[in-house]
Design a binder for this molecule. Structure first.
Ligand code: NAD
Length: 251
């Protein structure tokens, strides 16, 4: 790992368009489990598909039951050294954008401005009415659920759902277009904490590579892109990113 970090530090320092792509693995050190590792979220819950949510009250109740179990963990979670390192890159003028699959809002909590964070799967802190589109607060909806309104509805009668993308739900068009454009036109692209299994997010490293970018991956387990990347570090995001930023500062 020792010879790889200086190379990543050099590339970030010398590139003018640095894009970082993050997945659930960047937030495990903040105490939020990922989906696919052992002990991850899919070991505890079965996913509720979007069409089930829209067609069955029981499915909506199950969805909100799961959301309630995760609510307090997510609410208490704070940005960890990996999020803070990315924020430092921003402060050094070395960050074009973060593209994230995460719904936890921890990049913004680290201090990154909203316009630097492209959320491909939405944000659990916002609640959206599936009929009129009104956005409301998570805390308000959560209070209703805990008071016995197990599948809360909007005043218009529409179903309330956290503003995140469920399995089978359409991706947000503007965010996918922006992420694709950023990936195609960057000159350094680094994946942090993602299995790179979920589309269309998983295509972003390919767009970056096709566009001529240097591709780095920091992830604890294997990904389908390992063979095509320029540098692969199988390490913990917090430690690796802290060291990268420290080496950039020493240059
Ligand atoms: P994933 O669960 O499929 O994969 C996470 C990857 O991160 C794994 O390969 C794991 O080895 C690695 N990892 C775990 N801890 C790490 C660490 N400390 N340092 C480096 N790597 C680490 O997650 P994914 O690829 O992001 O895709 C799953 C979907 O899960 C996403 O769409 C996302 O919306 C959702 N999700 C989000 C959160 C969150 O917002 N924090 C949490 C769970 C799931």
């Amino acid at each position: 790992m020792k010879d790889k970090i200086p190379l990543i530090a050099q590339k970030i320092a010398e590139s003018s368009r640095n894009v970082i792509f993050t997945g659930a693995g960047i937030s495990t050190e903040s105490g939020i489990p990922d989906y696919r590792s052992q002990g991850g979220i899919w070991d505890k819950f079965r996913p509720v598909y979007f069409d089930e949510f829209m067609s069955s009250k029981e499915a909506r109740i199950e969805y909100w039951r799961q959301k309630t179990k995760l609510y307090y963990d997510l609410r208490q979670a704070e940005p960890n050294p990996a999020h803070m390192s990315i924020f430092e890159l921003h402060n050094m003028g070395l960050l074009e954008a973060v593209i994230t699959q995460n719904i936890d809002g921890l990049h913004q909590a680290s201090g990154l401005p909203d316009e630097k964070v492209i959320e491909l799967h939405g944000n659990t802190r916002r609640i959206r009415c599936m009929s009129c589109g009104k956005i409301s607060s998570e805390d308000e909806a959560q209070k209703r659920v805990e008071a016995g309104d197990l599948a809360p509805e909007c005043e218009c009668g529409g179903y309330l759902k956290p503003d995140t993308i469920s399995f089978g739900q359409a991706m947000p068009v503007a965010e996918v277009a922006k992420a694709t454009e950023l990936s195609q036109h960057c000159d350094f692209f680094m994946v942090v904490g993602s299995t790179l299994l979920v589309q269309p997010a998983a295509s972003m490293p390919y767009y970056a590579k096709q566009g001529g970018a240097f591709l780095a991956i920091v992830n604890l387990s294997e990904t389908p892109c390992d063979k095509m990347c320029d540098v692969l570090i199988q390490g913990k995001a917090g430690e690796v990113l802290t060291e990268i930023v420290s080496q950039i500062k020493q240059r």
